[in-house]
Write a protein that binds this ligand. Structure first.
Ligand code: ZN
Length: 129
């Protein structure tokens, strides 16, 4: 039985969202802001071959542009100058985007790992060159 079938999708997604290895939940999944680790430092599971592609920016745009941006229009900022309101909301939404993007990427890597989605090839199945 492989590690993939022992870990359910919900657990893998939760671990990924927290930036942890979806297999063991101990090692870090990202080595820098948007770069996944090649292998988990704790369990050795391989993640370097998994490509999340545009999924993380897509989710970030959906969350920020379709949920948080409309909420910004509900907050009354008539007391501040327009330029200050635009600057404040721009900074808030940019910061929110920067916070969501790496979490979305690690979430998608965890889901791709657990589901063996197309494009994912387990290392043990890769023929040596
Ligand atoms: Zn691990």
């Amino acid at each position: 039985m492989s590690a993939h079938s022992e870990i359910d999708l919900k657990t893998a997604a939760r671990r990924g969202l927290l930036g942890r290895c979806p297999c063991c939940g101990q090692g870090k999944l990202m080595r820098s802001y948007l770069k996944p680790v090649e292998n988990c430092a704790a369990c050795g599971e391989s993640f370097g071959q998994i490509r999340a592609d545009d999924a993380a920016p897509w989710l970030t745009i959906i969350l920020v542009g379709h949920i948080f941006l409309p909420l910004a229009f509900m907050v009354d900022v008539d007391w501040m100058p327009t330029w200050a309101a635009v600057a404040m909301w721009s900074l808030c939404l940019a910061g929110l985007s920067l916070a969501i993007l790496p979490r979305a990427k690690s979430l998608f890597i965890a889901v791709l790992w657990q589901t063996h989605a197309p494009g994912y090839t387990p290392v043990e199945l890769v023929e040596p060159a």
